[in-house]
Write a protein that binds this ligand. Structure first.
Ligand SMILES: [Fe+2]
Ligand SMILES: [Fe+2]
Length: 281
């Protein structure tokens, strides 16, 4: 009985998707959206905007950890970028009629886990839509650089997936965001190399990689998720969640090889991973 119900639901989703595909090649205005398209888009935009805002606020304390004036500037520019990313994506939501001020004032985006080594799994620490990784605090300069190396890279791969999104106002802002994320990734790459090459900091970098690589691998969602399938069919994403994860993992493996770092083993407990990949930045 349950099996039949699932098949019926799957068929219904397929039919709805087929209708969406033909309708959703290039969308510029809310009036062009079907209810399913609008719901999917708003969900992705909130996940991105909340992650950008929580990310910016999580980076703020890192500015004071910077080792010199040049890095005070570099880290504060990264903070500025993340607030800008949040602002432009919330603006898209406002243009779709969402009450962003009420949403933002209704959540605490500074909220962080008090134990930075705790494993949140898929539990949500609050009901905003940020990716779980943004509930963990960044406690040291090494962690900040490793976060750039892992999470900004993961975000870059997810953004790349939506650069040609059928919702063109989003695609246009993603282009600028993607360029700035490349700068954050380069910041992480430069610092991870420098810290890994130094025998005094090599082990701390490896320990930080062990923590943030696993957490980043957990952001991408499960393979073959029904929602991801819909996002692809209506042109809001290009690849399956797991394909994005594999592209990210390969790039990290290449960088780690150059820096004599060992990629920690990631053992997925698929049932405990979030079903859907998030667009973040
Ligand atoms: Fe970033
Ligand atoms: Fe960002």
């Amino acid at each position: 009985m349950t099996q039949f119900k699932r098949e019926d639901e799957a068929e219904e989703i397929e039919q709805r998707m087929a209708a969406e595909v033909s309708a959703a090649k290039v969308i510029e205005k809310p009036e062009q959206m079907s209810p399913l398209y609008r719901e999917s888009l708003i969900n992705l935009l909130y996940m991105q905007a909340d992650s950008e805002l929580a990310g910016a606020l999580g980076y703020v304390p890192c500015v004071k950890m910077a080792p010199n004036v040049e890095e005070f500037l570099a880290s504060s520019m990264i903070v500025k970028d993340e607030f800008r990313h949040a602002r432009v994506v919330y603006k898209l939501l406002e243009n779709l009629g969402e009450d962003v001020d009420a949403h933002v004032s209704g959540h605490d985006f500074t909220l962080r886990m008090s134990d930075s080594d705790a494993d949140l799994g898929t539990r949500r620490a609050a009901d905003d839509k940020r990716v779980n990784i943004f509930y963990y605090p960044i406690d040291t300069w090494v962690d900040f650089c490793m976060f750039n190396f892992c999470m900004d890279r993961g975000a870059g791969h997810q953004l790349e997936d939506s650069l040609q999104a059928s919702y063109k106002p989003w695609a246009r802002v993603l282009e600028g965001i993607f360029k700035e994320e490349k700068f954050h990734i380069a910041h992480g790459d430069n610092w991870v190399k420098r810290l890994a090459d130094d025998p005094a900091t090599h082990d701390a970098v490896q320990a930080s990689l062990n923590k943030w690589f696993i957490r980043t691998m957990n952001i991408f969602g499960r393979p073959n998720s029904p929602k991801n399938k819909i996002y692809r069919e209506i042109g809001l994403k290009k690849r399956d969640n797991h394909d994005v994860r594999l592209a990210f993992a390969q790039e990290v493996a290449d960088r780690c090889k150059e820096n004599s770092l060992t990629v920690p083993e990631w053992k997925p407990d698929w049932d405990k991973l979030p079903m859907d990949a998030y667009v973040v930045g």
